[in-house]
Ligand binder design. Structure first.
Ligand code: PXG
Length: 295
């Protein structure tokens, strides 16, 4: 395996970041998780745009242009001969002193790791997940905006710990006002009377690339999609519920807080969207091994 760090392709043993990097000291940095399917990188431009937007929001200047970053992602996949996999793209604030001041970190670091993907068991897609609401609230947007995909993921990790302690795979998180926002690493949707509903990005969610893709696919399939606030109660009485994320793709949820959702099995709308998503992911994207990279 070869890991890209600041222009060099290094073996895993040599792929190291300083203990003085503020990414380690403070979680000061941004990242992306990207998939490649069948030799094509899925939604690469969308992920890169979100990376650069996250960096802009925290006043982190990424040292290379977006085109060069795109080239480096594709080159990392080529050097690792991966046609199917997961890419972790990280930009840290870089090496500074032990104080908080990011101005003492003149050189942000870029890391690209390409690896095989650990897929969720197929059983989850066939039977659906059981999730629980956790007491940890999603970050207040005026403190750390969840739209920034930052290296500081403690909020989500605390939610995940609480969910696992209750025997659930994913944690449903609420915002400070008690509205449903998202899960620890996935966005959430419900289906009621054939209308697909998901929280709007301003109430404190990561605006997922998979979420946005699923909204487009749902529109194309003729469904009405609404981005609006709702509560846990709306999920309890929904016909269907599902999560979206780069790793999970589209995954059905059949129970929330021990309440059975709808008929307690993956619903028809969810199944249609899973099929549409899989078709798109396997047939479109930025080719890794093309002679000419597309502009
Ligand atoms: N919300 C949050 C908080 C996320 O971290 C998503 C939604 C889905 O976004 P995309 O763009 O992937 O559709 C994420 C995804 C994990 C894991 O292990 C998840 C994410 C990052 C790293 C690990 O579940 N992000």
């Amino acid at each position: 395996m070869l890991v890209y760090i600041d222009g060099a392709y290094l073996s895993p043993e040599d792929a190291k970041i300083s203990v003085f990097d503020h990414g380690l000291l403070y979680g000061d940095g941004v990242f992306e998780g990207i998939r490649c399917y069948n030799g094509n990188v899925f939604m690469l431009d969308e992920h890169l745009e979100r990376l650069y937007d996250s960096a802009k929001s925290i006043m982190l200047e990424i040292p290379i242009a977006i085109d060069a970053m795109k080239h480096n992602v594709l080159e990392t996949l080529r050097r690792n001969q991966l046609r199917e996999g997961y890419i972790r793209l990280i930009v840290t604030r870089g090496i500074g002193d032990l104080g908080l001041d990011p101005e003492k970190c003149p050189n942000p670091s870029v890391v690209i790791i390409a690896d095989r993907i650990q897929l969720y068991p197929e059983k989850y897609y066939e039977d659906g997940l059981e999730i629980v609401t956790v007491s940890v609230r999603r970050n207040y947007p005026e403190a750390i905006n969840p739209r920034v995909k930052s290296l500081n993921y403690l909020n989500n990790i605390l939610a995940k710990i609480e969910a696992k302690q209750s025997g659930a795979v994913e944690a449903l998180m609420l915002n400070n006002d008690g509205y449903v926002v998202e899960c620890s690493g996935d966005n959430i949707f419900l289906v009621k009377d054939e209308i697909i509903i998901t929280p709007p990005s301003h109430i404190g969610i990561l605006e997922g690339v998979t979420r946005n893709t699923v909204i487009s696919l749902a529109h194309e399939a003729g469904f009405q999609v609404e981005e609006r606030v709702f509560t846990r109660h709306d999920i309890y009485i929904a016909d269907e519920c599902f999560l979206t994320g780069t790793a999970a793709e589209v995954i059905p949820v059949v129970k929330l807080d021990r309440r059975v959702i709808g008929e307690g099995k993956p619903g028809i709308v969810t199944q249609k969207l899973i099929a549409a998503f899989r078709h798109l992911a396997n047939n479109f994207g930025t080719p890794i091994f093309a002679c000419e990279e597309k502009e």
